[in-house]
Design a binder for this molecule. Structure first.
Ligand SMILES: CC(C)(COP(=O)(O)OP(=O)(O)OC[C@H]1O[C@@H](n2cnc3c(N)ncnc32)[C@H](O)[C@@H]1OP(=O)(O)O)[C@@H](O)C(=O)NCCC(=O)NCCS
Length: 169
């Protein structure tokens, strides 16, 4: 399988925050943002693998800034590393100032998707070729995040998480 760049999986979703999507403080519901991120990440994983993809885990979410009613929110997703059948997707969330148009980073998240066949069985995906410094940084740290996720899910023994253990040695 020919390796693919991160850029070729880049997916950008831009949408408004409507009243039905906010909490009593008039900020975007966390669950609504999770859903938007899941959609963008799913398209990104599909672009990389050209297969059916399913969300395997949400590895990290940081709601650093509230997103007010009426904001223009851009969710940008890219595959940060591909393994055998799984892909780590990095999602950056930006809000746009109405007057200046300047974008501010509001949140970020990391999801894992798995490519599957029509019966739901995992299938192989192409390797990912990181190009920019940020893509290389995210690629390098992805293996330890995968090991942490598998340990937390009870799918890997902590002693087998070699890359993760190396952080503490
Ligand atoms: C995701 C799913 C396909 C994994 O199936 P599985 O039987 O665990 O298959 P495997 O053990 O072969 O794992 C497949 C890949 O997923 C990875 N994986 C599984 N669980 C993971 C987790 N919690 N975190 C990170 N990666 C995970 C494995 O490491 C493996 O990656 P690799 O092939 O790149 O090495 C299966 O659990 C599933 O279909 N889940 C439901 C998905 C879904 O419906 N999502 C929407 C939620 S409503």
């Amino acid at each position: 399988m020919t390796p693919k760049t991160a850029e070729s999986s880049k997916t950008t979703l831009t949408d408004l925050v409507l009243p039905s999507e906010t909490n009593p403080l008039n900020n975007l519901f966390g669950g609504e943002l999770l859903a938007r991120m899941d959609r963008a990440a799913s398209i990104s994983a599909r672009r990389h693998s050209r297969r059916i993809v399913v969300t395997a885990s949400v590895n990290h979410v940081a709601f650093n800034r509230a997103v007010p009613l009426g904001s223009v929110v851009t969710v940008e997703a890219k595959v940060s590393r591909a393994f055998k059948s799984s892909m780590e997707i990095f999602i950056d969330v930006w809000i746009e100032d109405r007057e200046s148009g300047e974008r501010t980073k509001a949140n970020e998240a990391i999801y894992t998707f798995v490519a599957v066949d029509e019966t739901g069985r995992p299938v192989k995906v192409p390797e990912l070729l990181p190009e920019t410094d940020l893509e290389k940084e995210r690629y390098a740290a992805a293996l330890r995040r995968k090991q942490l996720s598998l340990v937390l899910a009870g799918k890997m023994k902590p002693q087998d998480a070699t890359e993760l253990k190396a952080l503490f040695e």
